[in-house]
Design a protein around this ligand. Structure first.
Ligand SMILES: [Zn+2]
Length: 162
């Protein structure tokens, strides 16, 4: 495994829509493992492929923060959202800042695992928040795009000072 280099805002790869993944071959399996290693080395609970410069619909999530309990989620689609709550979020691509972001409490998620096998699950709370944050990355959306204008200006000013 190898640690990958994180892309930081305002890198353009973070602001474009990623392409669906169709290749689950051995090079891609290695890339999944490299993403997992990178997430743990960076102390993240989630990582989306655009954050390491790859514009494909892949994300890693580990809501328990325990190595070995991570999920590889490919081509995710959120089909139902229920409830709404605010919660604090940070982002490896925006180091040093965090903001209160509204997210659905429960979501229904369709995705493929690392072998390409389809799944359809309901997830909630912290896990659902991670997934919504990472799916946003696949659509070129960052947490600063999910807060109001004044808060966005304040977060970006803080970010530029760091
Ligand atoms: Zn992020």
């Amino acid at each position: 495994m190898a640690k990958l280099k994180i892309k930081y805002y305002p890198d353009p790869v973070l602001q474009k829509k990623s392409e669906p993944l169709t290749d689950f071959g051995s090079a891609m399996q290695k890339f999944f493992d490299d993403m997992i290693e990178t997430m743990y080395v960076e102390d993240g609970v989630g990582l989306a492929a655009p954050q390491v410069g790859v514009s494909k619909r892949i994300l890693i999530a580990c809501p328990t923060v325990k190595e070995g309990e991570e999920y590889v989620i490919v081509n995710p689609e959120i089909s139902e959202e229920r409830g709404r709550e605010m919660g604090s979020e940070g982002c490896l691509s925006l180091p040093g800042i965090s903001g209160q972001v509204p997210r659905a409490k429960k979501i229904r998620l369709q995705f493929q695992d690392r072998e390409g096998k389809p799944h359809n699950v309901e997830i909630k709370d912290f896990f659902a928040r991670i997934i919504q944050h990472e799916v946003d990355h696949l659509n070129g959306i960052l947490l600063i795009d999910r807060v109001d204008f004044d808060k966005r200006q304040q977060l970006l000013a803080d970010y530029r000072r760091l």
